[in-house]
Design a protein around this ligand. Structure first.
Ligand code: ADP
Ligand code: ZN
Length: 608
């Protein structure tokens, strides 16, 4: 009889295959549940470490694990990563050649695969059921399990039929995994997959290694140049609302000498996969993309994500920033908030026919952008999770907003609106307050108003920020059906006529006049020795990756390279202690990296 397989052998496999010393929170519990034969549902944020939860049981239990994954790119990526770690894995999907699928089937039947990845369409085919009946299956892992829910954003009809699978294989454990946490989705997963009394694991959705910063986007066109300049050679994604912006922004960056490109759904599939591939292989540093980009990309060393425009809701925002820092290394996120974007989003909503839901979601997004307290707390509260705040890694924690008495300021703005008969929008209000000599203003006679020039001491950009705050505080309202004219609400009238006080947050300084961006410092630089060594090792990694035709992070994650650069291991024992160096990786690359470190140290005349 086979000895029971427990968490100890799981831990050994974690070290020898993946080079990691410890499980992350909930991984051991999930793995134990699977090893005991029970079904489970695991909800973890992107980058939380879901894959290990089925990969380890698949390795330590006899037989093969069937992994259902809806995204072919992701399947390919995972299999590539597993093979590089010496794990026997393969995938079958309808896009591969039949000879390749044949080869994989043969391997599976011979029992030579620990993991077999398959698309849901393929899974449900008669052929595949036939193949499965010849295999010793130890686990079914259903990745992206939220695709089963009609309530969710990625509903896939094939997923609903997957209940058949559990009916056909009632005694094999199922693990459903997703990064979507809401209760409705969870219930759908349990019911539609026909899971039997599954144990549900809900991890924290916090990603503490991601910094959160929201800035006024009035000068984003120039601010972004400074942002990328401060982050040389780092991989980053800039999310834009329109295809046109992705193209013009990429052109501007290329013109400045950056390795950048654009990505959107209007490009041919070939061109898109070309851009994606170059980004994954570190041949491109910056991608300017619409939200079409990112699904199914597992690139672990994305160091920053910028929202050049307002995301449409918090779910998308969180998913998009989640593409940064999957390797756990400190990574940055920046969101340029502008009034113009709110207006534009608003007009999309008017046209959509689903006003109520979309409006509520947009309002929550704006509340987040406008938050004065810890952003992480606000964000996690949206997903129903309590966080005590003071995260220390968001702009509001690092540089608390200063509250000012904005009564006089508000009165000036409100008065300008009323004197112009509440028929003007934000920009005209600011023109009046700043005493602009714009033609239209003069034609309408606004230069004769009492408030004309009453706010010259405040910059245009700051005025817009303050007016947006007045809107968010319910003192002004936008009449979308009247060309976005601003209307003073009853509360606004109290401020104007009854002396009601208004408190506003002082607009922060952002990278003005070449000043460094105070609120979003680049991650703490490594000491120069480690920095230089990191660059050397990165180059070595890139060369090896290109030779083998794999993405660099498949060789080692950034985090592993950083550890090497800080600890400079020069013996086998030292090298094997570095997190991320498993047996296979040591055999393949250990000597090359030790050599590079020794050479570097010799150059620097340092003795090990
Ligand atoms: P998810 O599928 O949840 O988005 P992954 O499974 O891709 O996340 O894991 C994210 C990253 O964390 C990967 O680079 C993975 O190698 C790493 N990781 C997972 N578990 C551990 C662990 N126990 N120790 C160190 N790194 C881990
Ligand atoms: Zn915070």
């Amino acid at each position: 009889m086979q000895a029971a397989i427990g968490i100890d052998s799981a831990k050994q496999a974690l070290k020898s295959y993946f080079g990691y010393d410890e499980f992350r929170s909930q991984q051991p519990e999930i793995i134990e549940t699977i090893l005991s034969g029970r079904d489970a549902i695991a909800l973890m944020p992107t980058g939380g470490g879901k894959s290990i939860c089925f990969q380890i049981p698949a390795i330590v239990m006899p037989g093969t694990c069937i992994v259902v994954s809806p995204l072919i790119a992701l399947m390919k990526d995972q299999v590539e990563g597993l093979l590089a770690n010496g794990v026997k894995a393969a995938f079958i999907n309808s896009s591969s050649h039949s000879s390749e699928n044949q080869r994989v089937e043969t391997l599976a039947i011979r029992g030579e695969l620990d993991l077999l990845y398959v698309s849901p369409e393929k899974l449900l085919s008669a052929d595949f059921f036939n193949l499965m009946s010849q295999l010793n299956i130890n686990l079914f892992a259903i990745d992206e399990a939220h695709c089963i829910s009609q309530w969710g954003h990625d509903f896939r009809p094939e997923y609903v039929q997957m209940g058949l699978l559990k009916d056909r294989f009632p005694d094999i454990p199922f693990l459903a995994l997703t990064a979507t946490a809401d209760k409705l989705t969870r219930r759908d997963i349990e019911q539609h997959l026909h899971l039997r009394d599954p144990q549900v694991f809900v991890s924290s959705f916090d990603r503490p290694n991601l910094s959160l910063t929201v800035v006024n986007g009035a000068n984003r066109a120039t601010d972004i140049l400074k942002w990328v300049k401060d982050r040389p050679k780092q991989s980053g994604i800039i999310y834009c609302l329109s295809r046109k912006t992705t193209e013009s922004l990429a052109a501007k960056l290329i013109d400045k000498g950056y390795k950048a490109d654009f990505y959107h759904a209007g490009m041919s599939a070939d061109r898109r996969s070309q851009v994606q591939e170059k980004f994954i292989r570190d041949d491109l540093d910056i991608i300017c993309a619409t939200i079409a980009f990112g699904m199914g990309i597992d690139k672990s060393n994305v160091r920053w994500v910028v929202h050049y425009n307002l995301p449409k809701n918090i779910e998308s925002y969180y998913q998009e920033i989640g593409r940064a820092g999957r390797d756990g290394v400190l990574s940055e996120t920046l969101f340029y908030y502008t009034y113009g974007d709110v207006q534009q989003m608003q007009s999309f909503i008017e046209e959509s026919g689903q006003q109520e839901i979309l409006q509520t979601k947009l309002d929550r997004m704006i509340q987040y952008a406008d938050a004065k307290s810890c952003r992480r707390q606000v964000l996690l509260a949206y997903f129903g999770e309590q966080h005590e705040g003071n995260c220390g890694n968001c702009d509001n924690c690092k540089d608390p907003k200063v509250e000012i008495d904005g009564t006089v300021l508000a009165q000036k703005a409100l008065s300008a609106c009323i004197r112009a008969n509440e028929k003007i929008g934000v920009h005209m209000v600011v023109d009046i307050l700043r005493g602009s000599s714009n033609q239209e203003l003069k034609m309408k006679g606004f230069h004769l108003l009492k408030t004309y020039g009453a706010g010259q001491d405040i910059s245009r950009r700051d005025w817009i920020d303050y007016i947006v705050q007045l809107i968010n505080r319910g003192l002004l309202e936008i009449a979308y059906d009247e060309g976005n004219a601003l209307k003073v609400t009853p509360a606004g009238r109290e401020v104007l006529f009854e002396g009601r006080k208004v408190f506003l947050s002082k607009v922060r300084e952002y990278a003005q006049q070449g000043k460094p961006i105070k609120v979003a410092p680049a991650p703490k630089p490594l000491p120069s020795f480690a920095d230089a060594l990191f660059e050397k090792l990165r180059q070595l990694r890139k060369d090896l990756a290109d030779k083998q035709g794999v993405p660099p992070y498949v060789i080692f994650h950034d985090r592993t390279l950083r550890l090497m650069a800080e600890e400079f291991p020069t013996t086998e024992t030292q090298m094997r202690q570095v997190s991320g160096v498993g047996d296979r990786k040591y055999q393949l690359y250990g000597a090359d990296f030790i050599d590079a470190i020794l050479r570097f140290m010799q150059d620097r005349k340092l003795k090990s």
